[in-house]
Design a protein around this ligand. Structure first.
Ligand SMILES: Cc1cc2nc3c(=O)[nH]c(=O)nc-3n(C[C@H](O)[C@H](O)[C@H](O)COP(=O)(O)O)c2cc1C
Length: 251
């Protein structure tokens, strides 16, 4: 699976089988985590089964079963750290998806008594990412929850505020915004907005509100998906950090 296919394939997985993950696959995930931590100062960690065989207890209201592994995503508690955690956390999610495994971003709906994490001074555990194989048939709980949440999808034209309407934006821009919307966001809030003031101004990524700290993580995830598809469309570039940060296309 290439990374574009991973964007298409990924959904929040809410049930996990007890199929073991091979040592080789776990080593690849651990190596990716090490690379991210070294490059960014984020503090991602991989945890495996406890004595009862699963890695942590997810809330029964949102999940049909618990995973064998999870990644703990810890970082400092400021807006830029949360955004970076979204951007690099989603790179990790897509990497794990490419390995044939399933994931879910989880900020709140797990038993915090059962979570393991190491925190350095000032760090907070922002999210956990359960990791495992999905059952062949998607359980009703997962289908129902996803349908309910994805009903809230915004119109693509609402995610683009620019000098031209969405349907007149360049094809690559439309593809990037579609890819951002395919990404996860807390309660599927899709709080990110892409803007462009004029044809020669850069595209910027902002937020429609900042009522919850989770929106900064959502912004980082949206930037990640946008950038991957831009590159696939021949518009290789990178984002400035922060709300209103510009997408700088390589010359
Ligand atoms: C930062 C973040 C936090 C999330 N927290 C939770 C959570 O606590 N519990 C949960 O069930 N889903 C959580 N989600 C998953 C979202 O509900 C899900 O991504 C969204 O509804 C879109 O559905 P999809 O991922 O299946 O495309 C979270 C997603 C993100 C990005």
């Amino acid at each position: 699976m290439d990374i574009i296919e991973a964007i298409e394939h990924r959904i929040s997985c809410r049930a996990f089988t007890d199929e073991a993950i091979t040592d080789d696959t776990l080593a690849q995930i651990q190596q990716k985590i090490n690379e991210i931590n070294e490059q960014t100062g984020l503090h991602f960690q991989l945890y495996g089964p406890r004595e009862n065989g699963t890695a942590l207890d997810l809330s029964k209201s949102m999940f049909a079963s618990d995973p064998l592994y999870y990644a703990a995503l810890a970082a400092q508690d400021d807006a830029i750290s949360k955004e970076k955690l979204g951007y690099y956390g989603e790179q990790l999610v897509l990497f794990i998806t490419q390995l044939g495994l399933e994931t879910c971003w989880v900020a709140g709906t797990y038993d915090h008594e059962t979570v393991r994490v190491e925190l350095a001074e000032g760090e907070v555990l922002h999210d956990v990412i359960p990791i495992g194989y999905a059952p062949e048939k998607m359980p009703l709980k997962q289908r129902t929850i996803r349908k309910g949440l994805r009903k809230r999808d915004k119109k693509l034209s609402d995610l683009w505020q620019a000098y031209i309407p969405f349907d007149q934006a360049p094809e690559w821009v439309q593809a990037c915004i579609e890819a951002a919307q395919k990404g996860p966001s807390a309660i599927n809030g899709q709080p990110y907005v892409f803007t462009q003031d004029s044809a020669d101004a850069p595209i910027r990524a902002g937020l429609s509100h900042t009522r919850s700290g989770l929106v900064y993580t959502d912004l980082g995830i949206a930037k990640c998906h946008f950038e991957i598809v831009a590159c696939a469309c021949g518009m290789k570039g990178s984002w400035e950090w922060g709300v209103g940060g510009a997408f700088v296309v390589e010359e």
